[in-house]
Ligand binder design. Sequence first.
Ligand code: C2E
Ligand code: MG
Ligand code: MG
Length: 490
Amino acid sequence: MKHADMIPVREGPVHEGMSAIGAALTGTAAPVSSFLQPDLPGLVLPERTSPLLVPLVDSLSFDELTGLYDRTGLQVALKVLAGDSAAQGAPESGIALVLLDLGRFRTVNDGHGRHTGDRVLQAAALRLKAAFGERRVLARLESDMFGLVFSGVTSDGEAKRLAGEAAALLSDPYDIAGMRFSLQTRAGVVRFPAAAERGAEAIVAAETALARAKQAGPGAIMLFNRQMRERAWANARLEHDLALAMHSGEFFVLYQPRVAAEDFRPTSVEALIRWQHPTRGVVQPTDFIAAAELSGLIRSLGRFVLTRSCRQTVEWRARGIDLTVSINASAVELDDPNYAQMVLSTLERFGLEGAAIEIELTESVLMGSVALRREALQHLRKKGVRILIDDFGTGYSSLAYLHELPVDGIKIDRQFVLRLDEPSGVSVIRAIADLGHSLGLTVTAEGVEQLSQARRLKACGVDELQGYGFAKPLRAVQVEKWVNRRLAAN
Ligand code: C2E
Ligand code: MG
Ligand code: MG
């Protein structure tokens, strides 16, 4: 088996029909001088990749920051390679395109400034350049996404191995400006022309694989396959259907009650969205929230849930029922600079005070653009809106955000409640409750299904309980009946 190397590796004469650029890419042309970027303090910048190509086509464009190709440059290079391999019909010229993404790079930019972020990107580019040498196709497609092209890759296993090596290279810690950053790099790989026929197609396919790798977690390497494409299409269809559903009013809101651990008195409800699909019946949020986030439709969904909840609060109050409504918000919603203003003006429109609602955020929300989100949350809190951390204990493994962000309460995830039978399960819940209380937070437990769990949670110091054991998510009219029954029982 031919040893895989980066483009260009093929030796030998220029084939008839092979373009000059193709010849350059495959290493059959004479090298020309390289182009150096101006130096930045403390950094030696990489040479522009594949300098051979530079004088040949204007359309091979470069990324200013790193000197690597940009997306367009990579696309042109791939197009040339695809044309050449098709002309020759040489199966051994199998190409693998690897896309790499530096995990949690955003936290560098957000926490330490763009300048530091830029230096990390330059250092990553330098590593690629040093490891894979000159006259290679290396690119930075956007932000923290890098691309590499290997040739002579004849098997899926080999493609994955090469991607793994490149990812490991970029995962090594970066020591920049007296700080150390560990960015677990994910990779998406596509074999070409085996799985994608055209250059642009290969990039999209590798992006699809990279998106799957990001979902799979830190350090994941994913090889593109046809099922992934089908899934990506299904997602695109789902996004389209969601937009239509919004238009035709197919969404509705259920409310799940929360009670005081002390006496099981109803205190609030959590608004949970549902989709009344014309053929599939009621679709659960776990089946569409991720797609709505990807497409940005989550903003409209969030506004819908908020408006519906405010209207419902007013109706309940008119009937003597006073419940705070908890609303789930996604990171995408919080990234909208107008989010806080939108929430406050909606409350005002219904004549409600800030304390009428709470916003539930998952820990992942708290990882991203902390500064921007902190501002939005502080604005809301000043007006009395309480902020809760949802699914506490399942996300980001650092508690640092409890210092950095203004929060009022935590909701302990159901998986901890499920382990209450184990001695360590009780200790963990008690520790979380103590931690929460020492920070002045209210502590709620989710997913309480049994009375025995409710009693143990109360003994651990948990303040509020939510779960099927008390009530499932209910329609507004059922909530009213449920609350009245509960109050009568107390
Ligand atoms: P979440 O915010 O953690 O909501 C609690 C989920 O746990 C709900 O699922 C609820 O029905 C379920 N649950 C409550 N008690 C129990 C129990 O005792 N046992 C079990 N097995 N499950 C219980 P649901 O309604 O399917 O929502 C799932 C997730 O979807 C929510 O998790 C939330 O993250 C998201 N979501 C729901 N509505 C919205 C929304 O309007 N906006 C956003 N951004 N996300 C939403
Ligand atoms: Mg929630
Ligand atoms: Mg939850």
